[in-house]
Design a protein around this ligand. Structure first.
Ligand SMILES: Cc1ncc(C[n+]2csc(CCOP(=O)(O)OP(=O)(O)O)c2C)c(N)n1
Ligand code: SF4
Length: 527
């Protein structure tokens, strides 16, 4: 087939298409967000789900119908979907289920740099780690094959460089003769009550033992002959950097890094005078090899933080622990000129509010010049954190606490926080602002249940925030356009801060980039 120059995320989408995936479901998150859009444009069936847990459940349901499914998310999305992952590992799948999870070493656009390989160990699911676009394509297809063969979910772990760098891909003909969807009743495998889960756990460990054996002999691991003086054990994109940093070394690249091909890796380490493990983020392989008795070197702790590159790998190989050059500080990111979020945070600052914030473009309001957000932890936390503060702060301070959440984030994980707000009502009540800009702006303008459009832009039901909030027993509900009604919005905010009741203000004005790119109309005029 014709060679193509593809970004890693495009290669994954093509791999999923050629593997015959019946449906992909996900929630946006940099650096994973392009995969579903490309899969859809290539003709695949794809959806944006309200959050990663729902996406994983949808994909699991598809796999229970005997066909191939995948779910996409960024690394922190797997925290949300982990409840599905851990028990789907027990239930197993009927068709195939691949969790495509993109890590962000160096925190280009995330709140932490957790290492998804730890999840594979904790949940007991195989994990594949491509190092370029060709492998992103091949490993995606392999992930479906491993999942289907052992009836187990498989994680495909990507990282920012693999997702967003382009390399040549030679595709293969698409899989044919795949199963068609059909549900086979199998209660002991699909219903994870304790009596079914106990044997399921034993089955899982048996599958993992078989996969570990397969990985030793047939897995996607690669040995590169080189010097006997230096052998480098490596995984993921670190392989590309290490090849350049140590061109004469011999290499063992783990393509499936859980379960690790431990025998082969120990043999390799013993076959060279100096064995060094090079890996991004956690010392996951180094710890495992040492625990198994391997004599290896690994990177000093300072290299655990951030992405690796050729220069850093050279330093690791040279035992260089001198302070690294600090890259020049670029201009901090800011809200776009004319962004509808700006007015909201100017008002919150003017009225000396304690702002329990959330994740989205509006988080930029925490930075100078606004500096108008006081907390931000994870999606949805604005509600819980704000309510916690209101419960214990002295009355005068408590009355100044406001939770602020974007529309996509509200649907993702704010609905349950709203239930908390109307159930465990703080003594001074609470104020929530939902910033409805009619898109998931931060990750590139994706649709969500509040926009009234599906992933392919076709129309669907639109979640009505006002109705939802009223149905959850919030007594004071108002909607304002911050650009057209700044005075009314300010008056409503001041009243809410004084009232000591529950108030939700919906701040509705579309993101100016969404208007420019997609012609999104002001939400108030949407049906
Ligand atoms: C669990 C999790 N999933 C995904 C993300 C990536 N992410 C950060 S904020 C956000 C949504 C932003 O949309 P919205 O709340 O509507 O705010 P906007 O950017 O439009 O202002 C997403 C998808 C994340 N940080 N955590
Ligand atoms: S992309 Fe949209 S929401 Fe984000 S800062 Fe720009 S105008 Fe505001």
């Amino acid at each position: 087939m014709e060679r193509k120059f593809l970004m890693g995320n495009e290669a994954v989408a093509l791999g999923a298409l050629h593997a015959g995936a019946a449906r992909g479901a996900g929630y946006p998150g940099t650096p994973s967000s392009e995969i579903l859009d490309v899969f859809n444009k290539l003709g695949g069936s794809a959806e944006w789900s309200p959050n990663e847990k729902v996406a994983a459940e949808v994909a699991l349901g598809v796999s229970f119908a005997g066909v191939r499914a995948f779910t996409t998310m960024k690394h922190v999305g797997l925290n949300v979907a982990s409840d599905v992952l851990f028990t789907a590992a027990y239930s197993g799948v009927d068709g195939a289920l691949v969790f495509i999870v993109a890590d962000d070493p160096g925190l280009a656009s995330s709140q932490n740099e957790q290492d998804t390989r730890r999840y594979a160990v904790a949940a007991g699911v195989p994990l594949l780690e491509p190092s370029d676009s060709q492998e992103a394509y091949e490993f995606t297809r392999l992930a479906f094959e491993v999942s289907e063969r052992w009836k187990i979910p498989v994680i495909l772990k990507l990282t920012t460089r693999v997702c967003h760098s382009g390399t040549i891909v030679t595709p293969r003909p698409a899989d044919t003769g795949l199963a068609t969807a059909h549900f086979e009743r199998n209660i002991p495998y699909h219903v994870m009550v304790p009596g079914h889960a106990r044997p399921a756990h034993r089955r899982l460990r048996q599958k993992l033992a078989e996969i570990a054996e397969w990985n030793e002999t047939e897995g996607p691991n690669q040995k590169v002959e080189g010097s006997e003086e230096l052998g480098i054990l490596v995984s993921g994109v670190a392989y590309q950097h290490a090849r350049e940093a140590g061109p004469d070394a011999s290499f063992f690249k783990a393509g499936m890094s859980y379960p690790l091909p431990m025998r082969s890796m120990l043999e390799f380490a013993a076959s060279v005078k100096r064995a060094v493990v090079i890996e991004e983020n956690d010392p996951y392989m180094a710890d495992a090899l040492r625990a198994a008795g391997g004599i290896i070197e690994s990177a000093p702790e300072m290299y655990r933080f951030g992405e690796l590159d050729v220069g850093r790998v050279k330093r690791i190989l040279a035992h260089d622990t001198s302070p690294e050059a600090v890259p020049p500080r670029g201009k901090p990111p800011q809200l776009c000129a004319g962004c509808p979020h700006t007015i909201t945070f100017e008002l919150l600052k003017k009225h000396n509010c304690i702002v329990a914030g959330d994740i989205g473009c509006y988080t930029l309001a925490a930075l100078l010049p606004l500096a108008a957000m006081d907390t931000q932890i994870c999606m949805g936390a604005s509600l819980g954190v704000g309510i916690g503060l209101r419960h214990v702060l002295p009355r005068d301070e408590a009355k100044r606490v406001v939770s602020v959440i974007g529309d996509s984030t509200f649907v993702h994980s704010g609905l349950t926080g709203l239930a908390e707000m109307t159930y465990n009502v703080p003594p001074t009540g609470h104020v929530l602002l939902i910033l409805d800009n009619s898109t998931t702006a931060m990750t590139g303008q994706q649709e969500h249940p509040g926009t009234g459009r599906l992933l392919d832009q076709s129309p669907t039901n639109r979640l009505d925030y006002e109705k939802v909030v009223r149905a959850m027993n919030v007594p004071n509900v108002g909607t304002f356009d911050p650009i057209k009604q700044p005075a009314e919005f300010e008056a409503a905010l001041v009243e809410a801060l004084e009232k000591e009741e529950l108030t939700v203000l919906i701040v509705r004005r579309p993101c100016i980039l969404a208007v420019a790119r997609k012609g999104v109309k002001p939400a108030s005029t949407q049906g």
